[in-house]
Design a protein around this ligand. Structure first.
Ligand SMILES: [Zn+2]
Length: 62
């Protein structure tokens, strides 16, 4: 299996960081290199799958 690599510095370790970008109404989670901070991915702050499951549980349909 290939090893994920930061395209900026070549590091192989990443972290998720909560960010509130300027002019945005929503918080986001950036996946970034732990060495240089280069952003390699962005996710919604809320985990949509978990959010939907919680609603389904409350509705008794899960
Ligand atoms: Zn890097």
């Amino acid at each position: 299996m290939a090893v994920s690599t930061c395209i900026k510095c070549g590091n192989h370790t990443f972290e998720m960081v909560e960010v509130s970008p300027q002019e945005s109404k929503f918080k986001l989670n950036f996946i970034q290199c732990v060495s240089c901070g280069g952003v390699v991915g962005v996710q919604d702050f809320y985990n949509i799958g978990n959010f939907v499951k919680n609603i389904a549980d409350k509705l008794g349909i899960s």
